[in-house]
Write a protein that binds this ligand. Sequence first.
Ligand SMILES: CSC[C@H]1O[C@H](OP(=O)(O)O)[C@H](O)[C@@H]1O
Ligand SMILES: Nc1ncnc2[nH]cnc12
Length: 291
Amino acid sequence: MGRTKLAVIGGSGIYDIEGLEGAEWVRVDTPWGAPSDAILTGTLAGTDMAFLPRHGRGHVHSPSSVPYRANIDALKRLGVTDVISVSAVGSFREEMAPGDFVVVDQFIDRTFARDKSFFGPGCVAHVSVAHPTCPRLSTACVSAARGAGVTVHDGGTYLAMEGPQFSTLAESRTYREAWGCDVIGMTNMPEAKLAREAELCYASVAMVTDYDSWHPDHGEVDVTRIIATLQGNAAHARAMITAVAPALGGDRAPCPHGCDRALDFAIITQPDARDPAVTARLDAVAGRVLG
Ligand SMILES: CSC[C@H]1O[C@H](OP(=O)(O)O)[C@H](O)[C@@H]1O
Ligand SMILES: Nc1ncnc2[nH]cnc12
């Protein structure tokens, strides 16, 4: 049995986590460049932890400039097994109100200006993202957040937009009415796809901050209000993380959903046709199957 190492990627308004024993910010180099920031490591209730602020401390990265590949590679390089993404989102559902958490289980990826794969010419792979989040980790997040007194919606579809501008009214209505999306944000893609390629269990905890622009009784979305709502929510996010770490436990059985074996049948480039320079870059992400 392996050891659990749980990472939290903190979104807007979450640039640090408190209470880690032996806390230390470590810099990690990757073949994909520098991650968004140094990574805070330590232990929480006996579980090894890592924390990475997605936009960097001080919020220096826009959703399009977040180095998603470097972030996931760096976590994998540190031995992370499970990743919880914490993000701010707009809601398309009356009942998913500001302050609620939605543990997302589906995405529609509308981003277009980001590197979306570790693989490419010289080593091609196709993983399945039919079920892009890990049910085991997501269930642990739902229980931990409910235990912390949060209103939690178990499942939902997240529309990932490029940004950085918020949506037009026509877009907001289309995503809600025609496409059946539940929440909208700018950062969970390609993060979730890359986590799958790196064989990491990934769960997305979306914290509702606004009703985007569709709701007739709420004004247009703005960043000041989003941050104010997030600050009201920070204690809930902290309580969820504090509860989820011991619930996962230090000993880790293989993922029953196969997240940690996603590359078993994914690499299609024949061994003798693989570019050694390309496979060298994949040492952390795909070392298990590339040898
Ligand atoms: C601060 S408003 C828009 C910004 O907030 C969300 O960030 P994150 O997903 O990292 O919490 C949204 O996706 C935008 O990047
Ligand atoms: N309405 C919204 N659209 C996109 N990203 C968001 N993050 C928080 N609220 C958002």
